[in-house]
Design a protein around this ligand. Structure first.
Ligand code: F0G
Length: 487
């Protein structure tokens, strides 16, 4: 796709709005009550109590008129549907892979790929594995190894490609653990490291190293278009190429991809596993039939495949990508001006607030990210997601506590959903919270399940600013209602 002339002046949403959905407005008193009822866990809030829902950019895109139109002509035949043929054509044209296998979302592709390739003792290196990728690898007995570049650790560094993999460490692991590695991966963009892109040069070198060791190279490509656009913006020598051309090169450097269509597929559901290896693909199709469905629909309705096929073409429109990346940057810069420290530079799909820097008075055991996420909700009805010691820290039943490496709060921007005035309001809410940052207190976790605790853990505001540890004996077991009865 030819690159368009960059307009001077305000970068505006490159769409008109044809269908609208009301958003709720609530008072602070109501939000206080709702947050109490949700045990200070934003995952437990009914969505109609949320004004700005920035929990995730996944499955929350607004679809275009063309996507809705395509859904109406979806061919729901069980086998050999016309919609599958269209989907396969679009994905193959973009990626170049021989075998295109639809799945209901990204993690279904992960589950099938790793069930076939990962065994107890396997090692799967990547820049950073997303939670579900890691969980699927660990479920099959493997080790999900993160080898992200050292600059990712410094949230204030403006290095342009903090999503990169450390090539020396990758080469080292491939040499020393060669027999245990079924495949190597790269996640583009690197969600765990703050939505940071991976450079084309890093992807090329990664492919060379992995292939020199005779190993397959698989992409977790769900934000490939944002990554390709950031390459065009930031990587010397790439500025005159189209994003589609860069994206095609990226896919062709690898041997396959797992893909969640709920991000850069601009769809509410769908995904795929794409592989060059015919033998592995045949085995994957057999597993697909067991749990997802016949290979021409995977876990999707044909109309989902239609929406995804159109979304994959629309997402490469450079006017869209310019607006998309500009919106994320606009939010990050506005929050910074308001006194909220963010992970720099702004990445592709979200702004990550550094809660440790904003709330230095709250120790990791007082969950500063959770305290901030709750305060953003109280101040303006914003639903965000803690990515810190609630999600990645560990607390034993005896009260021992291990903090996460970062205390972040992610404000993920759904695609084509919020306009600039929404973002301006978010910045005002950020300024209000920043002005009261020194008075905020930590949180006490009153109950947590044994794993993936961020989804269902319960909290209450800590009595002192130096919050106590997770209450001994409560976290990690039991029924949450019991914890409530004996506070
Ligand atoms: N890989 C990455 C990098 C992701 O960010 C996600 C999902 C997946 C794989 C799994 O895809 O949800 O379709 O099964 N990320 C969402 C998020 C949930 O909020 O970041 P899925």
């Amino acid at each position: 796709m030819a690159s368009r002339e960059i307009p001077s002046g305000t970068i505006f949403e490159p769409f008109r709005i044809k269908v609208v959905e009301p958003i709720v407005r609530t008072t602070r008193a109501e939000r206080e009550q709702y947050l109490d009822e949700a045990h200070h866990n934003l995952f437990a809030l009914p969505a109609d109590r949320v004004t700005f829902d920035l929990l995730t950019d996944s499955g929350t895109s607004a679809m275009s008129a063309a996507q809705w139109g395509a859904m109406m002509v979806g061919d729901e035949s069980y086998a050999g549907s016309r919609s599958f043929a269209r989907f396969e054509r679009v994905v193959r044209d973009l990626t170049g892979y021989r075998n295109i296998i639809p799945t209901h979302q990204g993690r279904a592709a992960e589950r099938i790929l790793f069930e076939l390739t990962v065994h107890p003792g396997s090692v799967v290196p990547s820049n950073n594995h997303f939670d579900t990728t890691r969980a699927n690898i660990e479920h099959d007995g493997g080790l999900a190894l993160d080898l992200v570049t050292a600059s990712a650790r410094d949230t204030s560094s403006n290095a342009p490609f903090k999503g990169n993999i450390d090539l020396d460490r990758l080469d080292d692991v491939c040499r020393t653990r060669r027999a245990d590695i079924p495949l190597a991966m790269l996640t583009i963009t690197n969600n765990t490291a703050g939505g940071q892109p991976v450079s084309l040069e890093n992807i090329r070198q990664c492919a060379r190293i992995v292939h020199d060791h005779g190993l397959p190279f698989i992409l977790d490509a769900c934000r490939f278009a944002e990554n390709a656009y950031l390459i065009k913006l930031r990587e010397p020598g790439q500025e005159n190429r189209s994003v589609a051309e860069i994206a095609r090169e990226i896919f062709r450097l690898a041997d396959g991809a797992i893909f969640s269509g709920k991000k850069d597929g601009l769809s509410n559901m769908g995904g795929f596993l794409a592989l060059d290896d015919d033998r592995l693909a045949a085995e994957a199709r057999n597993l697909l039939i067991l749990t997802e469905g016949f290979p021409t629909y995977g876990g999707c309705a044909a109309r989902d495949l239609e929406a995804l096929a159109v979304g994959l073409e629309e997402v490469l429109d450079e006017a869209y990508l310019e607006y998309r990346i500009a919106s994320v940057r606009y939010l990050a810069e506005g929050l910074e001006r308001a006194g909220i420290p963010t992970v720099r530079p702004a990445g592709g799909h979200a702004v990550f607030i550094d809660a440790r820097r904003l709330l230095p008075q709250i120790p990791a055991a007082g969950f500063p990210g959770q305290a901030l996420a709750c305060e953003l909700y109280l101040a303006g009805g914003v639903r965000s997601c803690e990515i810190g010691s609630v999600m990645f820290g560990r607390s034993g039943p005896d009260g021992t506590f291990q903090a996460a490496s970062h205390e972040l709060v992610r404000l993920a921007l759904p695609r084509r959903v919020y306009t600039q005035s929404h973002v301006d309001r978010l910045i005002e809410i950020g300024a209000d919270v920043a002005s009261r940052a020194a008075t905020l207190r930590g949180m006490t976790m009153t109950w947590a399940p044994p794993f993936l605790r961020h989804f269902t853990a319960r909290f209450r505001p800590a009595a002192e600013s130096a919050a106590p540890l997770v209450e001994a004996g409560r976290a990690g077991r039991g029924n949450p209602e019991d914890a409530e009865e004996h506070p």
